[in-house]
Design a protein around this ligand. Structure first.
Ligand code: PAF
Length: 278
């Protein structure tokens, strides 16, 4: 695997590969890799000649400096995992390589930016689109792969690609779960043994809602789900919502595709998860 830390070098190398007509698949990450990330690499490998992964803990998408500070950065282990997964190129720039001082970014993403995650993490999606735009511009991938776990992020990036007419195809890949149902996340390492047990209420409740899904009882399902999560020790619910899978607006009995999305603090760790109803 080739490892690059500068934009100039990775661009030069990729230009050579593209001139040979090779297709490129891209997986953007913030590191602390787990099997969820590896599944994105695997999916990219199946469909492309060259797979590029970026590891960059993007400061502009954190609204809590303490969260940015404590974000795990096990780069040696990550590099080894990517080698084993057959990734061809790792782009791992320092912050100074991607950001100039006092840079300004604002994209008119519309309402989707302020819903759900946007309400609890103001400015988060401006930071995500800012860095993903930069990475797309540098890597110029044919296809980029993102996980369904960050469902709203996928929608927001799709919106950015549409607004800026970027020549990249986006693929959403399924959530990878631990055997007991917990959605894999880089943040899971912060869970204590107790938190880990309590965290299962999220996937259990999502599954219960899927099994009992009734488009004529959306409000009732939401209330029951919120009650179940609130009743769990050590878990503080931020939202549990059934929404239109395309717009993230509240679902109604007429909504074609519905997604249930949840965010909660489990101990000191903030977790998100979701399940498509149909
Ligand atoms: O999903 C993530 O890990 C990040 O939000 C991303 C897409 C790599 C942008 O920093």
């Amino acid at each position: 695997m080739k490892v690059f830390t500068t934009t100039r070098e990775v661009q030069q190398y990729l230009a050579e590969l593209r001139s040979k007509g090779l297709s490129t698949g891209f997986v953007a990450t913030m590191g602390a890799l787990h099997h969820g990330h590896l599944s994105l690499i695997a999916q990219a490998k199946r469909a492309n000649d060259i797979v590029i992964c970026s590891i960059f803990v993007n400061p502009t998408q954190f609204n809590d400096p303490a969260d940015l500070e404590k974000y795990p950065r096990p780069i040696a282990h990550d590099t080894q995992m990517l080698e084993q997964a057959g990734c061809d190129i790792l782009f791992n720039p320092p912050v100074s390589e991607l950001y100039a001082d006092n840079e300004h970014w604002h994209l008119a993403l519309g309402e989707i930016e302020h819903l759900l995650e946007g309400e609890f993490r103001p400015g988060h999606y401006q930071g995500v689109t800012q860095v993903v735009y930069k990475l797309f511009n540098i890597i110029k991938p044919d296809t980029a792969y993102f996980g369904q776990k960050d469902y709203q992020q996928f929608m927001v990036i799709t919106k950015m690609v549409e607004l800026l007419d970027l020549p990249v195809k986006l693929i959403m890949c399924p959530i990878i779960r631990e055997e007991d149902g917990l959605a894999m996340s880089s943040r899971n390492i912060h869970l204590t043994v107790e938190d880990r047990l309590h965290s299962l209420i999220l996937s259990k409740t999502l599954n219960w809602v899927k099994q009992n899904f009734d488009r004529n009882n959306i409000a009732g399902l939401q209330i029951k789900a919120a009650d179940a999560i609130n009743a769990e020790d050590g878990v503080s619910l931020e939202y549990f919502e059934l929404t239109d899978a395309d717009t993230l607006q509240p679902a109604s009995p007429h909504t074609k595709s519905v997604v249930a999305l949840v965010a909660a603090r489990v101990g000191k760790t903030r977790l998100i998860d979701n399940v498509l109803m149909n």
